[in-house]
Write a protein that binds this ligand. Structure first.
Ligand code: FES
Ligand code: FES
Length: 167
């Protein structure tokens, strides 16, 4: 983590100071105008739960929430979120206990390698906020933008149903 003095020097060169709220906490870091939000989150803020997959907005691995809405952080520049609010998977369960959605994924064996899981957890959170009792078809449609190479999706749908019952 850079000190304030170091940030001032680097910011005077190619970098901008980006201030934002992450998982309810005020954070700041340095970003070039071209720095992707996912790289800023992972490398500048040290929150490596957000994954980088396709890097062109297709797979959903980099999903975070911006002001409560799902976005792809691989096709968003860090400087675009200045002053705004981001939620990452780390914010789901800040303490030692799992969030009910995480418990549901664990109970349903809804992950194998886990690469897609952070994005799916946040997408599930948004789905259940919008539709607390979705049908299996509605779950599949909502999560269609989050690609999983391992599970075949059946257990993911089951996890969302379990999470819906818990919340
Ligand atoms: S890494 Fe962002 S959508 Fe695939
Ligand atoms: S669990 Fe491996 S990509 Fe989904």
């Amino acid at each position: 983590m850079a000190t304030d003095a170091e940030m001032a020097v680097r910011a005077a060169e190619d970098f901008r100071i980006v201030r934002l709220v992450v998982n309810g906490e005020a954070r700041s870091g340095l970003a070039e105008p071209r720095t992707l939000l996912v790289d800023f989150i992972r490398h500048e803020l040290g929150l490596t739960g957000t994954h980088v997959g396709c890097e062109h907005g297709v797979c959903g691995a980099c999903t975070v929430r911006l002001n409560g809405h799902l976005i792809r952080s691989c096709i968003t520049f860090a400087v675009q979120v200045e002053g705004q609010e981001i939620e990452t998977v780390e914010g789901l369960a800040p303490g030692a206990d799992l969030h009910p959605i995480q418990e549901a994924y664990q109970e349903a064996h809804a992950l194998q390698c886990g690469f897609c899981t952070p994005g799916l957890l946040l997408a599930t959170q948004s789905l259940l906020e919008e539709n607390p009792a979705p049908s299996d078809a509605e779950i599949r449609e909502y999560l269609a933008g989050n690609i999983c190479r391992c599970t075949g999706y059946t257990n993911i749908v089951r996890a969302v149903q379990i999470a819906a019952a818990k919340l």
